[in-house]
Design a protein around this ligand. Structure first.
Ligand code: FPP
Length: 241
């Protein structure tokens, strides 16, 4: 049977990372408050998760809230945190039913207590699920992630448990928040911006990038399938010929 994504199984990405952008513009175009764009955006989160599961893509990572996003007006930040809290409250049963393993990367200690506790609870509950690993990047910044890894490596060197001469790419990768998760093969960004915005800088070294003009709340299952098809058409060379 052919894959619902239209991509042969051997050409599917193993890990898709998404920069979900354009919620504010989507709302503005409709004369709605920005938070309504975020609310609709959380429905696209569900659609993309379903798309990955149907296609058999085992890892999906979503940029839900960056370190820089704390600079937004307090009411928008508060509403986004409430949305995260509600998303977890309403979706944890479904996460379990669908056998999804939830993870989070970033400075989770920055999150409001209630949302953080709910997040940790769902992460713990779903830890042994196997169908899809869904990672939410929350209070995440890639440079901060690299700084954190450097500090941890330095501590190990200082403690005498790590020889500096043995440090290689695997040492760095295994100290990032994403340790144990394969690097993204495909990076999707919505709403047409050609930027990486401090997302997974180390991990996307060889990722194929697909930028779509669609705003995130309009981004549906078919759009993710289209991005997978575009990925399958690319010829990845990793610096070779
Ligand atoms: C970017 O749109 C989107 C965000 C900063 C937040 C992403 C959050 C969600 C999709 C909903 C919550 C997610 C979960 C997991 C519950 P923007 O506000 O930067 O849009 P703009 O560039 O058009 O202003």
């Amino acid at each position: 049977m052919s894959n619902p994504s239209g991509v042969p199984a051997d050409k599917l990405p193993r890990h898709i990372a998404v920069i979900m952008d354009g919620n504010g513009r989507w709302a503005r175009e409709r004369g709605l408050p920005r938070i309504e764009g975020h609310r609709r955006g959380s429905e696209s989160v569900r659609a993309c998760t379903a798309a990955c599961m149907e296609a058999g893509v085992p890892y999906l990572t979503l940029y839900a809230f960056s370190k820089e996003n704390w600079q937004r007006p307090a009411d928008e930040v508060g509403a986004l945190m409430l949305l995260l809290d509600r998303f977890l409250a309403e979706r944890t049963a479904e996460i379990m039913e669908r056998n999804i393993r939830l993870r989070a990367i970033g400075h989770l200690g920055d999150l409001p207590d209630k949302a953080r506790r709910r997040l940790e609870d769902t992460i713990a509950k779903s830890a042994n699920n196997t169908a899809l690993t869904l990672t939410l990047a929350l209070s995440y910044g890639a440079r901060t992630e690299i700084v954190d890894a450097a500090r941890e490596i330095a501590r190990e060197v200082k403690a005498g448990t790590l020889d500096p001469e043995t440090i290689d790419e695997n040492t760095i990768a295994s100290h990032l928040y994403t340790a144990g998760v394969p690097d993204p093969d495909l990076l999707v960004r919505t709403s047409g911006e050609m930027r990486i915005s401090n997302f997974l800088l180390w991990q996307i070294s060889y990722a194929e990038i697909v930028v779509t003009p669609k705003l995130w709340p309009d981004f549906a299952k078919e759009d993710l399938f289209a991005a997978m098809q575009e990925y399958a058409r690319r010829n990845r060379r990793y610096g070779g010929i």
